[in-house]
Design a protein. Structure first.
Length: 308
């Protein structure tokens, strides 16, 4: 299994599994496709992990098979931006569909997947050695024991302005307030916070430059809250939008991993990887050559290279 959030993700609206699935594929691709189809969601889908579990094929063969399956419409590899603000990271997933899809279906689905938020990680399946008939009763018994009591109605928590006033006595003992004093000054302190300042700024403004002796902390703070209240600041204007939607999901080439938009990677391949391989020149035999003929032709090619 891959780390939570990575690995295989099955597509919706697939046909039920049948014995004739992938029958039109070559033997190697059919074998690897059947193995991938039986993997649970969240399983590792990189070439190395698959090659370790498939003793008949190495990494090069597995990579070539994944490319062929991508061209056939069974899989797409993507990278998704997970998180918000500064805490973001790229996770890599392989979307798998037992039913072959065309490029238009994959492009529309990946765009929708990117706008739909971050999908949750798939929980790993239970161990295969646990019998199904023993799993259900134990789970049914464990649920009532692990169920926590419902919490009662929470009391009204104090406001940030009230908490800032109540903690003034810990920062500056000369400004220790009672509960009644905090309730009296709470409204004036809330006006400060409503103008965009934080509790740290409020505390610093109220405790700076105190006299040597404070006879009435509540009177001094009332005067400071009225005289030092900050001005209203206009909210910063939002940056102009370019009108282009933000894509949180980016497809990548199945062979080389180059990222790009789904519509720019037909068959899940970039432009260079999607080019056909070199064809055999006309008039050149493709098989049935004797060893002497092969050596003669190789010598002829070397002579041509030297002449150039």
């Amino acid at each position: 299994m891959a780390n939570p959030g990575y690995g295989k993700r099955s597509m919706p609206d697939q046909l039920p599994a049948r014995a004739e699935d992938f029958a039109i594929l070559p033997a190697r691709e059919r074998c690897i496709a059947g193995f991938i189809d039986h993997l649970p969601d969240g399983a590792a889908m990189d070439v190395k992990s698959l090659a370790k579990q498939l003793p008949l094929y190495g990494q090069q063969a597995v990579g070539s098979a994944l490319k062929a399956l991508s061209v056939a419409g069974y899989l797409r590899r993507v990278r998704c931006l997970v998180g918000e603000g500064d805490q973001v990271r790229w996770v890599f997933r392989t979307f798998w569909s037992r039913t072959a899809r065309d490029n238009e279906w994959w492009a529309s689905h990946l765009v929708t997947e990117g706008r739909g938020g971050t999908p949750s990680a798939v929980a790993p399946p239970p161990p295969p050695w646990v019998p199904a008939e023993e799993e259900t009763p134990s789970a049914a018994v464990a649920v009532p024991q692990q169920r926590a009591p419902k919490p009662g109605p929470a009391a009204d928590s104090p406001s940030p302005a009230y908490l800032a006033l109540a903690q003034l006595g810990r920062t500056e003992p000369r400004l220790a307030l009672s509960a009644a004093d905090c309730a009296v000054l709470e409204g004036r302190a809330a006006e400060w916070l409503a103008r965009g300042v934080g509790t740290d700024y409020l505390t610093q403004a109220l405790t700076a430059g105190l006299p040597a002796q404070v006879d009435s902390p509540v009177g001094l703070l009332r005067r400071r809250l009225e005289d030092k209240i900050p001005p209203h600041l206009p909210r910063p204007a939002a940056p102009p939008s370019s009108g282009e939607p933000v894509h949180r999901t980016m497809a990548e080439c199945t062979k080389c991993g180059v990222p790009g938009r789904p519509e720019a990677l037909p068959d899940g391949l970039c432009r260079s990887c999607g080019l056909p391989g070199p064809s055999v020149p006309a008039g050149l035999p493709t098989g049935g050559l004797a060893e002497s003929d092969v050596r003669a032709r190789a010598g002829h090619v070397r002579e041509l290279l030297r002449s150039r």
